[in-house]
Structures are given as C-alpha cells and as structure tokens.
Write a protein that binds this ligand. Structure first.
Ligand SMILES: Nc1ncnc2c1ncn2[C@@H]1O[C@H](COP(=O)(O)OP(=O)(O)OP(=O)(O)O)[C@@H](O)[C@H]1O
Length: 339
C-alpha cells in the first residue's frame, strides 16, 4: 500500500501540494488513474512519490516503510514520462536493458529479460533498432518495457500518451493497462483525460487544486460524483434538483426511475440524459429554443435555452438554431451528486 500522509510540496514560495492525503492500494496489482485538470499538481505528486521532488511536509510510505531517506533510484519504482525520455542514439535493447545493467544482472539474464519485455510490449522484432527511428507509440512502449524490466514494486506513468494522436491514445491506453496487468505491477497513471482514466484504471482518484477529492471505480465515479465540480469535470453539463421517493425522481424535466435514497438530490445530466423533440403538442415538461446545434460522431447535440436554464440534449430530429423543442429526461447517464 502507498500512503501519502499530509504531504506538502512547494516550488519556492508557491505551495502546490498542501496537507495532501491519499492511499493507493497495491495488492492485486491494480491500476489507479490520477485524474485532474491541467495544473492541479498531478505530476508534482507523482514526482514526489518517485522521490524526484522533496517534501516540505508529511510522509510517503510504501508497505508501511517511510521513504523519506530512500533516494529515487533505491525506491524500486518504475517511471515513464510523457515523452518517454529514452536514451537517444542507442538501440531499443540497450534502453530496455539499462536498469538491469545498473542492477548488475548477468548478460544472460539481461538478454532473456529484454526479450521477455519486448514480447510483452508487442515489439519482439525491434530490439536492434535505434530508438531514434521509432514512432511515438513504439517509443512509449519501449519506455514501458524499460520501466518494467527490473520488476519494480510500483509503476508510475506520467501522461504516457499525451504526445500521441487520439486514435493511438485510446488503443495504447487499453494496451498499456493489459501490459501492466500481465506484468502484475501496481500502477499509478496520471492523466487529465477521463476516457483514458476509465480505459486504464480500476480505480480513479480525482485531484483538484492539490487535493484528492474522490477515489472510486469508474462506474461509481460517473454515477455518484462527490460534488458539482467533479460532476462537471467528468462531463455533466446541467445540474437540476430532484425529489426522490420510492426510486422515482420528480424533476423539472419529467419523472425518472432512479436508485437513490428518498429525499431531495442534485442530479447531474449529460447531453445523453435529455432528449429533445420538435414540439408537436403541449406535452413536454420543459420547452425551450435551440441555441446551438453540433453534429458529433455520437449523434446530434443541442444546447436549449429554457426557463430553468441552458440544458444540453440529444436528438435524432433535424433541428436548427431558433427552433422550439420540448425536452424529456431519460435514464441514460444521470449522476446523483454528493450522495
Ligand atoms: N519546477 C517548477 N517550478 C515552479 N512551479 C512549478 C514547477 N513545476 C510545476 N509548477 C507549478 O505547479 C503547479 C502544478 O503543476 P503540475 O505539473 O504538478 O500539475 P499537473 O496537474 O501535472 O498539470 P499538467 O497536466 O498540465 O502537467 C502548476 O501551477 C505549475 O505551474
């Protein structure tokens, strides 16, 4: 178990982490995604865990042992940064072997382990190639192989996919998660992208302004965000009140079946939670005027100006800006905030 106990980190007089508390389980080799907006301190936290950033306060413990006096290279943690930081001018093999040479493994052991690692990251034939001749995705896989080769007790990945294009990112996110699970190495991966966090993480820890605000499995996080900021950060576009009784929610946009305790709740709606129809009668709970239309890959999305505020919705109908539409709530992707 990794325990971050009241940790502070500052750059000069700028406090980036203050009294941060976070526990990351490591048994069963889970992948934990550390998710937060740019600048909230994710990389700083990861660097502090790696031993690359001094603490101004608090303690970091791994399996109960304080790491204060353990320098980075003795922590047995593997680290991969955004740009891989491979040793240029050298071969893939030489890069993957680096940590093993440092640990004085025998030549034979190194050869076997490098081959095993290149198989694991699905680059079995690239050992001899110079790392200067790799694609971005290949380079990140080599960096992963290099980090995993010495069998670290924890793997730290700092935005490992940030420099890659969208399609490759989604593909490699899934692959990296498979690779670290196959290597049975507990892993923390920093990202600001919630799709990436969900593709990779068993648990997602959400960070805001130097604080961990929620730890949950992806499904739990989407459906039960801890507060409105977290809900909006995770894709909620409208927040409404609802009165729940016997798993029936009464909302300003119509009724909804909802698993939540009786009482008043704040609901977070995503565009898919609300359907818009061109008005054909006075039956819609809320009506409004279309203010924005976007044809996205997942369908047509609208922003509708209503008397209860602007609400994002989806529709399959052809509508244009200025049309009047009726809105109804559907069960899709509704979040109960702070319950
Ligand atoms: N070496 C440094 N010196 C001074 N300030 C720094 C340094 N490194 C980071 N910061 C500041 O600390 C804050 C947190 O930075 P950090 O890189 O940890 O955030 P992050 O959540 O990882 O962001 P990003 O996703 O953009 O990398 C930012 O305001 C940043 O400008």
């Amino acid at each position: 178990m990794l325990e971050i106990d009241a940790v502070g980190v500052r750059y000069g007089s700028t406090v980036v982490l203050d009294d941060l508390i976070w526990t990351v389980g490591t048994s069963g080799s889970p992948v934990t995604a550390l998710l937060g907006p740019s600048g909230c301190g994710k990389s700083t936290l990861l660097r502090a865990v790696a031993g690359l950033e001094p603490l101004s306060a608090g303690h970091i413990r791994f399996d109960g042992a304080d790491l204060a006096k353990v320098p980075a290279h003795r922590r047995d943690f593997g680290v991969v940064f955004q740009d891989g930081q491979l040793f240029g001018g050298r071969s893939v093999e030489s890069n993957v072997a680096y940590g093993l040479r440092m640990r004085r493994w025998s030549r034979q052991e190194i050869r076997a382990r490098v081959a095993e690692m290149l198989d694991l990251v699905r680059l079995p034939d690239l050992g001899r190639r110079s790392v200067d001749e790799l694609s971005g995705g290949q380079a990140q896989r080599v960096a992963l192989a290099r980090a995993l080769a010495p069998r670290p007790r924890l793997l730290l990945l700092d935005e490992p996919l940030a420099a890659l294009d969208r399609l490759l990112r989604d593909q490699l996110a899934t692959e990296i998660a498979e690779i670290v699970r196959a290597a049975a190495t507990p892993t923390i991966v920093v990202t600001h992208d919630h799709t990436e966090a969900a593709l990779m993480g068993d648990t997602i820890s959400v960070m805001r302004s130097g604080e961990i605000v929620q730890n949950a499995a992806p499904e739990q996080l989407w459906s039960r965000p801890v507060d409105e900021w977290t809900a909006r950060f995770l894709g909620v576009t409208s927040v409404i009140d609802a009165d729940v009784s016997d798993a029936q929610a009464a909302t300003p946009i119509g009724p909804l079946t909802l698993e939540a305790p009786d009482g008043r709740h704040r609901l977070g709606l995503r565009p898919e939670s609300v359907r818009a129809r061109r008005l054909s009668g006075p039956d819609a709970a809320v009506t409004g005027v279309v203010g924005m239309v976007a044809d996205l890959p997942a369908g047509r999305r609208l922003r509708v100006v209503t008397e209860i505020g602007e609400i994002d919705a989806v529709t399959s109908e052809r509508v244009v800006i200025g049309d009047r539409v009726g809105l109804s709530i559907v069960g899709e992707r509704v979040a109960v905030i702070g319950s």
